[in-house]
Design a protein around this ligand. Structure first.
Ligand SMILES: Cc1cc2nc3c(=O)[nH]c(=O)nc-3n(C[C@H](O)[C@H](O)[C@H](O)COP(=O)(O)O)c2cc1C
Ligand SMILES: Nc1ncnc2c1ncn2[C@@H]1O[C@H](COP(=O)(O)OP(=O)(O)OP(=O)(O)O)[C@@H](O)[C@H]1O
Length: 314
């Protein structure tokens, strides 16, 4: 998959392309349906498929403080788009210049001159251009004049409601991991490099890998059953995302993972933590002994789960 960063680096492929546009945060089942349709159209028209995304995402540009937390980092999003068979990702800087482009200029400069578009696949609620003035009907008219087709993707719903990145964030924040995972079509993951922690977990009896979240805020908190792929070996474990109120943290959320029956050194490695079930909320315990007892129970639950025992029997 080819990555093009910025409008100035974009030139149309000789044969043109089929394309879609959006944030694609999380690459959920709704996104996956659009990408599958895009792939089909690319094969029919014998042209590459292209996804246009924005960095930062428009809401992060307009109101950085109120912008929702990301489900996927750019690196994770690109990996998921590549797995969905996308040939080219065009990552446009969402800045003043882009936000001031009229809908007409967006079509001319990005879709026609930039991409040489033959077919566009978008949701029927898609809006674009300065002040979100461009809509689906506007695109259809422009396509008729400029020789490209536009198709509205079928809305993907779960339990009668449209799947969206927003809904997944809400499910994760409210502790409904299983709903979030069903909308994603896969278990939620968070990834990052393993850093050195305060080495207290070792004293508690359960060494943990501290996964760096950088400035990224995780979309959920609590204690989870997880697994991690270490050099091709899937290892079960238990993870905590939170502020560690019992030991007075640094005020920032941390992701810590204890892997079952594992004694290797993970410092510096990049880990992808896969979230399967929520066990409980993070709590402030009155003593380290009480915290240790709670983690002992979490680890016992993880052991039972990864040995295939149903959780309600634990
Ligand atoms: C499975 C698991 C559950 C945890 N639950 C809590 C919790 O409920 N409350 C809390 O204050 N800390 C909790 N922690 C975080 C511990 O306080 C943390 O591991 C300890 O502070 C050690 O940090 P360190 O690795 O930086 O040394 C949990 C950690 C793990 C691995
Ligand atoms: N459930 C869905 N079914 C079909 N298409 C969808 C669905 N959700 C999003 N799309 C389409 O995928 C493209 C990218 O969507 P985008 O990531 O911008 O929206 P979203 O998932 O609804 O996010 P948000 O919740 O932040 O609005 C758009 O064309 C959008 O209309």
């Amino acid at each position: 998959m080819q990555l093009v960063r910025g409008l100035h680096n974009l030139s149309p492929l000789p044969q043109g392309c089929v394309a879609t546009i959006g944030n694609f945060d999380g690459v959920h089942l709704g996104h996956q349906a659009i990408l599958a349709r895009l792939h089909e159209r690319a094969i029919e028209l014998r042209v590459p498929s292209c996804v246009v995304i924005f960095e930062p995402q428009p809401r992060e540009y307009f109101a950085p403080e109120q912008a929702p937390v990301r489900l996927t980092r750019l690196r994770e999003k690109l990996e998921l788009l590549s797995r969905a068979g996308v040939d080219r990702v065009v990552c446009l800087a969402f800045n003043r210049r882009l936000r001031e482009l009229s809908a007409r200029a967006f079509i001319d400069q990005v879709l026609i001159q930039g991409l040489g578009i033959k077919h566009l696949e978008v949701g029927d609620d898609f809006r674009f251009g300065c002040d979100r003035a461009g809509d689906f009907d506007f695109l259809v008219d422009a396509g008729r004049i400029n020789g490209f087709t536009v198709e509205a993707a079928t809305t993907v719903e779960l339990d009668g409601m449209r799947i969206s990145s927003t809904r997944i964030r809400e499910a994760l924040a409210s502790g409904d991991l299983s709903l979030a995972n069903r909308m994603l079509g896969r278990p939620y993951t968070l990834s990052g490099r393993v850093l050195h922690g305060q080495k207290l977990a070792r004293q508690l009896g359960w060494p943990t890998a501290n996964v760096q979240l950088k400035r990224r805020l995780p979309p959920m908190k609590g204690v989870y059953l997880v697994n991690v792929d270490i050099h091709g070996q899937i290892r079960g474990g238990v993870a905590n995302i939170g502020l560690r109120p019992t030991v007075k943290g640094d005020g920032r959320p941390h992701l810590e993972v204890h892997l079952l029956e594992y004694a290797g050194d993970l410092y510096g490695q990049h880990l992808t933590v896969v979230f399967h079930r929520k066990l409980r909320d993070e709590q402030r315990f009155a003593s380290l002994e009480a915290l240790k007892a709670a983690i002992d129970a979490d680890v016992a639950a993880a052991r039972a789960y990864w040995l295939g025992q149903p959780l309600d029997e634990i």
